[in-house]
Design a protein around this ligand. Structure first.
Ligand code: NOJ
Ligand code: CA
Length: 836
């Protein structure tokens, strides 16, 4: 023993003897002992409750346990109940020693999502005891599917890496030895599962998020793929073997949907939507594991990549690996890394993929899909995929079109694809701009890059508020791996959640999770979720900003206006009629700025920081200025975020959202906004009134009327007024993918071939590159004499189509043959080949 330790040991003996003397040296000693003073303990069970808005009667059992002959009555009061939570019976209430009392809490619809520390305090004749209760208020239960996600905040989970809710599925018999309990083999399963996500529902709901994007949950290959000397297990879910079953590591060893369905129900009960990552581009590696094969529900080989039928009946493409990510032919028809590339133009594959997707919607109540690698899947076919989903019912889709920025060669293709198909895309240009600005990885870190990206995209995309925004993902090093500065994560989160578009928060960012091995990229960005603390700044920030997105329509529906900018400071205003949010970020670690000459649409007055100083924010003063109102000069300290906002009750219809943006007659569509009133009005598609299915002050569903195909303005007439208009495209019918081929045309160097036709989907006979379909792609090995393109066209319709060349000087050369007649199949896929 060291001297120090000896001294402590002696002291302990001395304290012990003294304590025994005072307490009467219990244990059957002498007769002069003083009885220990009476006391009591108050307990609340459970000690944490998750309750959804509008839900009634959450029971809490309060009990008093007396000690040392305590016989009193305890008066129990409650502290910390948020406004809108009612407790019954009325507090304070009395509980006798040894007794208990049931109380119920009722959470009104107005209680903001989040965690509340409630304390039950008991007193009795100078004695006291208290019992804590963590109350998590989640959103109101979800009743039906939604197609407007602009008020949502999405939380992205790599299921295997989040939480192990069911150890029995960790090493399943049909796919053994792919699990690493030590979590050191980054390419193996680590045990996270669907039950685990469900078990963390209070954590998720308390963060205010309203949707969860889960990694692909479908059955993946059962054996590791040995690639380049390393064994890879498909813990990420992107290596499907059966897209119509649930992976046994995520559900149960019988591949049933039970855990999946339970998760969906639990999430919906708490106002949280489930988005499934769906990969239609490919199956699994063609060079290991199950060598690209698909199996059926019973596990029998269904489609063999190695024994694929010869063209034109091939289920897969057998082309080299993509090397030029700007070449549309390579992107759509080559192999992404080593992943067996599905031929979506084959009717079997088309129907397999569509049924797999529909099953999630129709049998398992999924709310939306993140579509993997849409840049690599036949572009024209995906119009029909989106249309198939929208035709089946309200849903939300967003695709992954991975690009660097708005000057990327395929950026214009992404704009056209999104605008014409009605499928929003993940906002890669903005993500890359945010990463450049918030982590100085060689770029100049100037806020102008974010601002320019927002402006450019807002003018290019029909519905920029539907862009799905992010800065971290499972494919990119986390910000903290690039620059280990938590302030920057907080600032980036605040801006992301205030920015236009539907924000995605990557799991663990709210815990400042990162592993920097090899720069922190895949797989080190998919690390184990090691903490579920609810007291981090980022967790609370996400909660507050998610609540603001629900409460103030400016974030979901508003315009974006830069109000003040330099390389370190960005002040962004979002405005939807009289709803306004102004956010000010200073990302500098060293340089405060004096903000002079700031103007806002906020009405004159004093505004406190919506974040209550969570990120160093403060109040500011707006002065009268006739609408463009000057703000009193203030100092913006280093690494701070302030959020000022106001929202007004809309007194006439304000239209903020429409979904889907593209649909045929007979489909249900939804308009979102404010001020629609409580009594039903009219939705006009052009001048035609639509049948209304449901009506509330903020959301109306209607049936697309049988108007001629075309582009329309949608307006809402109600509540004594007519709304602003939003653009809407009415398709000719439900869409079938057709491969159009034209032979014996060899365009001169620099020329391109386009497809046009007498229907909206083919450009209404337009002869301009921007309005027609194309450019067509050369059919390999034909010496550029045959050209093709896949386009989605109305099922069962008689159409006429033709082609034209655009020469390098812009001259249009039409196909000399009269337009080709074609009857589109009523289902499946089509194929038509003609001669120029
Ligand atoms: C993009 C996904 O985000 C990535 O993680 C995946 O590996 C590829 N697509 C292939 O599915
Ligand atoms: Ca497990």
């Amino acid at each position: 023993m060291t001297n120090n330790k000896k001294a402590r040991a002696l002291l302990a003996v001395a304290i012990c003897c003294f304590t025994l003397l005072v307490a009467g040296c219990g244990g059957g000693g002498g007769g002069n002992q003083l009885p220990p003073p009476p006391s009591f303990t108050l307990t609340a069970a459970p000690s944490s409750v998750l309750v959804s808005q509008g839900s009634t009667s959450v029971p809490v059992q309060l009990s008093v346990q007396g000690q040392n002959n305590f016989q009193g009555t305890v008066s129990v009061s409650v502290q910390g109940l948020p406004a809108g939570v009612a407790a019954s019976p009325a507090f304070p209430l009395s509980i006798n020693a040894g007794g208990s009392q049931a109380a119920t809490l009722t959470v009104a619809n107005t209680v903001a999502r989040g965690n509340y520390s409630v304390t039950f305090a008991g007193t009795s004749s100078g004695l006291s005891s208290s019992a804590p209760l963590l109350l998590t208020a989640s959103g109101a239960a979800i009743i039906g599917p939604a197609q407007d996600f602009k008020k949502q905040v999405i939380y992205q989970i790599v299921t295997d890496r989040f939480f192990d809710g069911d150890p029995s599925n960790n090493n399943p018999p049909q796919s053994p030895n792919m699990y690493d309990s030590t979590k050191t083999n980054w390419q193996f399963y680590w045990g996270g599962d669907l039950a685990g996500i469900q078990q963390q529902m209070a954590y998720l709901a308390g963060m205010g998020i309203t949707a969860i994007w889960i990694s692909p949950p479908v059955d993946n290959i059962d054996v590791v793929a040995n690639l380049g000397g390393t064994a890879y297990a498909p813990y990420h879910g992107y290596w499907a073997r059966d897209m119509q079953q649930i992976e046994e590591h995520f559900g149960d060893v019988n591949n049933t949907w039970t855990a999946f369905d339970h998760l969906v129900v639990a999430a919906h009960q708490n106002g949280i939507r489930i988005i499934v990552d769906f990969a239609a581009n490919d199956t699994n590696p063609d060079d290991g594991g199950e060598f690209g094969n698909l199996s059926d529900n019973a596990g029998n080989l269904l489609y063999s990549y190695q024994n694929d039928p010869a063209p034109p009946n091939n289920l897969f493409h057998h082309n080299p690996t993509i090397t030029n990510f700007n070449d549309p032919f390579q992107l759509q028809y080559y192999t992404l890394v080593d992943l067996a590339d599905l031929n979506q133009e084959n009717t079997t594959v088309d129907s397999y993929l569509k049924s797999a997707l529909l099953q999630f919607m129709q049998k398992h109540a999924v709310d939306g899909f993140r579509l993997d690698a849409v840049k690599d899947v036949t572009w024209g076919w995906q119009y029909s995929l989106a249309n198939t989903a929208f035709t089946a019912g309200p849903t939300f889709l967003y695709g992954e079109w991975d690009i660097g920025g708005t000057t990327d060669p395929t950026y214009p293709d992404s704009v056209q694809f999104s605008n014409r198909s009605g499928m929003p895309l993940l906002d890669f240009p903005l993500a890359n701009a945010m990463r450049d600005v918030f982590v100085n990885n060689g770029d100049n870190g100037d806020f102008h890059e974010i601002d320019n990206t927002i402006s450019q995209e807002n003018s290019d995309f029909v519905s920029p508020n539907d862009r799905v925004t992010f800065f971290d993902s499972h494919d990119l090093p986390r910000l903290l791996s690039v620059d280990n500065n938590q302030n920057r994560v907080n600032e980036a989160l605040a801006l992301l959640l205030a920015c236009r578009g539907i924000p995605v928060v990557l799991y663990g960012d709210e815990q400042y999770l990162h592993n920097d091995t090899n720069g922190g990229g895949d797989p080190y960005n998919r690390l184990w979720m090691s903490s579920f603390a609810t007291n981090t700044t980022a967790y609370q920030l996400v909660d507050q900003m998610a609540n603001l997105r629900q409460a103030n329509p400016a974030l979901a529906y508003g315009t974006s206006q830069q109000r003040w900018i330099n390389s370190d400071v960005y002040i962004l205003e979002r405005q939807f009629f009289n709803d306004i949010v102004l956010i000010a970020v200073n990302k500098s670690e060293t340089q405060p700025y004096s903000i002079a000459g700031l103007f806002t649409a906020l009405a004159p007055g004093n505004y406190s920081d919506y974040l209550n100083g969570l990120m160093g924010g403060f109040s500011m003063q707006v002065n009268a200025g006739g609408g463009n109102n000057p703000v009193t000069t203030f100092n913006l300290p280093t690494h701070t975020v302030s959020v000022w906002q106001s929202s007004a009750t809309a007194t006439s219809p304000e239209l903020g959202s429409l979904g889907p943006l593209v649909a045929q007659a007979g489909l249900t569509a939804t308009v979102g906004g404010d001020g629609f009133g409580s009594s039903q009005g009219t939705v006009l598609v052009g001048a035609t009134a639509a049948t209304v299915n449901s009506w509330s002050n903020s959301s109306v569903t209607f049936v697309v009327p049988a108007v001629p195909p075309g582009n329309y303005n949608i307006t809402v007439q109600a509540n004594g007024g007519t709304s602003n208009a939003l653009p809407f495209t009415v398709l000719t019918g439900n869409e079938i993918p057709v491969t159009f081929t034209v032979n014996t045309v060899t365009p001169p160097a620099g020329a391109s071939v386009y497809l046009t036709g007498n229907i909206l989907e083919l450009g209404n006979n337009a002869t301009s590159a921007s309005a027609a379909v194309g450019p067509l792609l050369a059919v390999p090995n034909t010496g550029n004499a045959s050209w093709f393109i896949n386009a989605s066209v109305p099922a069962g319709q008689q159409i006429q189509f033709t082609f034209f060349e655009v020469l390098s000087d812009g001259t249009i050369v039409p196909d000399p043959t009269p337009p080709y007649p074609y009857t589109v199949p009523t289902s499946g896929v089509g194929n038509i080949s003609v001669t120029w």
